[in-house]
Write a protein that binds this ligand. Structure first.
Ligand code: AMP
Ligand code: ZN
Length: 114
């Protein structure tokens, strides 16, 4: 997708610190970390929100979710972690989704308050 910062990271147009990748998704460190460890797990396929997913996409997202725990040692998640999806809605953006390419925040490395 043109003008999508995460598509550009995935295709190498924009540099990032990629820590894991496979055929489904790429994981890189967040530019503006909100916790000691802050990664973004980003599907290679561009779609903006959960609302745009088809059945194949949901299967793929399921594989991504199942993969994250297996990356625990590599990413330093042994003490637990928080996954967050900020999702723009039909009539507003209360969660503040900034990048319109679905992504899962992985926050870890310290005790997280709500
Ligand atoms: P969200 O508000 O859920 O859309 O989060 C977007 C996240 O992408 C923010 O935490 C940003 O810090 C992060 N971000 C934006 N541009 C980049 C980039 N070029 N490399 C790494 N992280 C980025
Ligand atoms: Zn994209």
């Amino acid at each position: 997708m043109e003008n999508c910062v995460f598509c550009k990271i995935i295709n190498g147009e924009i540099k990032s610190n990629i820590v894991y990748q496979d055929e489904d998704f790429v994981v890189f460190t967040d530019l503006n970390p909100k916790a000691k460890l802050h990664y973004l797990a980003v599907p290679r396929k561009h779609f903006a929100t959960l609302a745009e997913m088809n059945e194949t996409d949901s299967t793929m997202l399921g594989r991504i979710l199942a993969k994250i725990p297996t990356l625990s040692q590599k990413l330093g998640l042994q003490n637990g972690y928080r996954l967050i999806i900020n999702q723009k809605g039909e009539t507003g953006n209360d969660a503040g989704q900034e990048v319109m390419h679905l992504h899962i925040h992985i926050l870890a490395g310290e005790r997280l308050e709500m």
